[in-house]
Design a protein around this ligand. Structure first.
Ligand SMILES: [Zn+2]
Length: 313
C-alpha cells in the first residue's frame, strides 16, 4: 500500500487545507490513446472496490452519467459538495468519484431547486458523471482504513469486522501493531501529523503517558465497532464522529483505561485514501491500455470552520 501524498495544507498543524496543493498525477490522454468509457472505469472500480463489499444500507455505484461516454479526466473527492462539483466542471472532468453518496436516501425529485438536485443538474449539464465508492471503498484491501493503518505504520493489519461476503483481509476497520510502544500523547501527535489540517483538530480520551502498542482504526464514523475494538484488545481506537454515549460508555467499560480513544475529522480520516485510490485506479486503467488524467480534489469538505477550547490540559 502506498502512503498518501502530502495532505492539503500539509500535516495536521499546517495551514488550512483550503489553500493546499493537490496531489494530482497521471497523464492527459493523448498520443492517440483513447480514454476509457465510463463503463470501463466502472469495471475497473469494481475490480478494486467490489460493490458486494458495500454495507446493505449503502448506495454505491454510478449516480449520474452514461456508460458509453468517453472519460479523459477523473476527479476524486470525499464529498459531492457544490464546491467540489465546481472544481470538477472547471477542470473539465468527465467523471467525479466521491466517497460519500450524494443520494443515500430515496428521493422523489432531483429538481434543481434543492442543492442535491442542483448538483445532479450541473453534473449532467456539464457532461460529468458521478460515481460513489463508499463502504465498498472502506472494506476493500487498500481501502480507507487500510490506508489509515498504513499511514500510522501499523503491521500485521487485519479487519476489525470481517466482511460477510469478502476475503479474510476485507471488512470494516483495521487493527495492527506499532513497531514500538508509544505513549498515548506521542501516538496522538503522530495521528495529528498524518491528517490534513482541519479546524476541529484531534481529541483524545486517556492518560497522556498511557502505553499503546496495538492500534485499532476506522476511517469515517466507527463508533459502532467498539465491541470489535474490545475483542481485539486494542490499546487505542482511532476513528471519527465519536458520539457522547458510545464514547462515554467505552471509557467506563475500559480495562486498565484501555482502549484509549482518539477522535479525528471524518473528512480527514477518509481524505488520506484518495491518493492511493487514484493511483490504484490509474494502474488498472493503464494496464488495460487506457490513458486518463486522474486528480484528487484539494477542497477541504470538513464542515467545521473554527473551535473554541479552554486550552491544552
Ligand atoms: Zn465517511
Amino acid at each position: 500500500m502506498d502512503t498518501p501524498a502530502t495532505p492539503p495544507g500539509g500535516p495536521g498543524g499546517g495551514a488550512s487545507p483550503r489553500a493546499g496543493a493537490v496531489a494530482g498525477h497521471g497523464t492527459v490522454a493523448g498520443d492517440g490513446v483513447a480514454g476509457p468509457t465510463v463503463g470501463e472505469v466502472l469495471a475497473a472500480a469494481e475490480e478494486l472496490w467490489p460493490a458486494t463489499l458495500a454495507e446493505q444500507w449503502d448506495a454505491v455505484g454510478l449516480v449520474a452519467g452514461r456508460p458509453s461516454r468517453q472519460v479523459q479526466k477523473i476527479l476524486l473527492a470525499v464529498d459531492p459538495t457544490s464546491a467540489v462539483v465546481d472544481e470538477a466542471l472547471q477542470w473539465g472532468a468527465d467523471l467525479l468519484i466521491t466517497h460519500h453518496p450524494l443520494l443515500l436516501r430515496p428521493v422523489t425529485s432531483v429538481a434543481a431547486t434543492s442543492f442535491k438536485g442542483d448538483v445532479v443538474h450541473r453534473l449532467i449539464e456539464g457532461g460529468c458523471g458521478l460515481l460513489t465508492v463508499h463502504t465498498n471503498g472502506d472494506s476493500s484491501v487498500g481501502g480507507v482504513s487500510d490506508v489509515l493503518a498504513d499511514a500510522l505504520g501499523l503491521t500485521d493489519v487485519q479487519p476489525l469486522q470481517q466482511a460477510p461476503a469478502g476475503l479474510d483481509e476485507e471488512g470494516l476497520g483495521r487493527y495492527g501493531e506499532l513497531a514500538e510502544v508509544s505513549s498515548l500523547s506521542d501516538f496522538a501527535a503522530k495521528v495529528f501529523s498524518i491528517l490534513p489540517a482541519v479546524a476541529g483538530g484531534v481529541r483524545v480520551a486517556g492518560d497522556h503517558d498511557g502505553i499503546v502498542k496495538r492500534v485499532a482504526v476506522c476511517g469515517g464514523a466507527g463508533d459502532s465497532l467498539f465491541e470489535a475494538v474490545r475483542s481485539c484488545s486494542a490499546d487505542v481506537f482511532v476513528t471519527a464522529d465519536m458520539r457522547h454515549h458510545p464514547a462515554s460508555e467505552a471509557r467506563e467499560a475500559a480495562a486498565n483505561g484501555r482502549p484509549y480513544l482518539i477522535d479525528v475529522s471524518h473528512f480527514g480520516s477518509e481524505w488520506l485514501w484518495l491518493t492511493p485510490a487514484s493511483e490504484a485506479l490509474d494502474n488498472v486503467l493503464t494496464d488495460q491500455g487506457h490513458q486518463v488524467d486522474i486528480r484528487v480534489s484539494n477542497i477541504n469538505t470538513d464542515p467545521w470552520d473554527f473551535v473554541l477550547t479552554p486550552g491544552a490540559g
